[in-house]
Design a protein. Sequence first.
Length: 119
Amino acid sequence: MCGSNGMSGDCCCCPPAQFFQEKICGNFSNPATTGAIGVTVWSAPAGDYIEGTFEIFNSASSPGTVSGAVVSTPATPGISVPPGFSISISALRPTSFAITVPAGASGTFCITLYKRVLA
């Protein structure tokens, strides 16, 4: 077993975990002729990611607030982004991210995810 005899020379039989970062960005818009729409823009199986940062930018020309919801463990509060602002939140063990876009609104979202992989 790795390091079982307590000698410092046993450090190299078990490689350390590797951490990976992924970034996903996209645009959203909702034509002024429709009502608000909700879209899940990202999802993953439970346990795939250890942490994530979720950001929404709502264009200054948008007529209303864009909201975002992250499903995570523990639960993460939702965010509301008024026109002309960008807001981000971090979440532990995220599994999905959804945005709700009012009629006539547009903007961008960015997700940064962190994964721990044992070699």
